[in-house]
Write a protein that binds this ligand. Structure first.
Ligand SMILES: Nc1ncnc2c1ncn2[C@@H]1O[C@H](COP(=O)(O)OP(=O)(O)O)[C@@H](O)[C@H]1O
Ligand SMILES: [Mg+2]
Length: 258
């Protein structure tokens, strides 16, 4: 049973707890990581201010021009190395992967600015179209844990930024994984009273997407895609507790199921 684990950039800087738990679980696994906060930090360090846009679907995302995607790629590579080294220290044979997610560059995106629809050109975000399944499968077969960030390769050999939550769902589909564990800095999806929702049936995801904000919208979209792809369970849980994997598999956090 392969498990796909996604860790948010918000928590990816110190995931010894996840490594230790994975070690005792001893199951095949792929680790997908985000890099948002690290990329923002590097952007500011380089004297640029991160820019956000709202798509016509109402989803907030980074405006990613050529310079931004290069910064993203740098930050993602650095973080990837850091995670691989943390995992290795904990005794896991992790291996960093790049150019193993394929995407189509969006190039132009439709956004809403000051209440008006606009087309933004020169965008370097991508829609995931595939993965290098053989490379993942071979590594898993050889008991490696592939560690991959949110960068993808286009047919034109350009590097684009993709969303890590959705990448995890896609990878799960391609590898036939039944479970996606999405670890973040919150203990699950909160309801309006800030209580963690224990379970969201797949058919309620679309409604729930309207009730959350920020990065949670993308997570629920990724959960919805995972369900459509045939993934059985998508858990949104805290990645900053002891034994996060065991707890999430045990039903802590928000469990999305068919
Ligand atoms: N209903 C909600 N329940 C939990 N978190 C929410 C909710 N609505 C918005 N959020 C925000 O979503 C964030 C998680 O998404 P994100 O920042 O993208 O994290 P990650 O780095 O793990 O992808 C939380 O830190 C929280 O601020
Ligand atoms: Mg996020």
């Amino acid at each position: 049973m392969t498990i796909v684990i996604k860790v948010g950039g918000s928590i990816a800087d110190g995931i010894e707890n996840i490594a230790r738990d994975l070690k005792s679980l001893n199951e095949p696994c792929v680790l997908v990581h985000g890099v948002g906060p690290q990329a923002d930090e590097l952007t500011r360090k380089l004297g640029k201010e991160p820019r956000w846009v709202i798509s016509v679907q109402g989803i907030r995302s980074r405006y990613t021009d050529k310079e931004t995607v290069e910064i993203f790629n740098r930050a993602a590579n650095d973080l990837n190395n850091e995670i691989v080294s943390t995992f290795k220290k904990e005794g896991i044979t992790a291996i960093g992967l790049s150019n193993a997610i394929y995407a189509q560059r969006k190039d132009r995106i439709k956004i809403i600015e000051s209440g008006r629809k606009m087309i933004l050109e020169g965008d370097y975000t991508g829609k995931i179209t595939g993965i290098d399944k053989k490379r993942f499968a071979d590594l898993i077969e050889r008991k490696f844990v592939p560690v991959i960030g949110p960068m993808a390769l286009t047919e034109q050999n350009e590097i684009v930024n993709v969303n890590a939550d959705r990448a995890a769902a896609f990878i799960a589909k391609e590898l036939g994984a039944e479970i996606v564990l999405n670890f973040s800095d919150v203990p699950g999806v909160y309801d309006s009273n800030k209580k963690v929702i224990r379970r969201i049936p797949a058919q309620q995801l679309e409604q729930k997407m309207k009730e959350v904000s920020g990065g949670m919208v993308m997570k629920l979209l990724a959960a919805k895609e995972a369900m459509e792809f045939g993934v059985k369970r998508f858990v949104i849980a805290s990645g900053v507790v002891e034994n996060p994997i065991a707890k999430a598999l045990d039903g802590e956090g928000t469990v999305v199921e068919q």
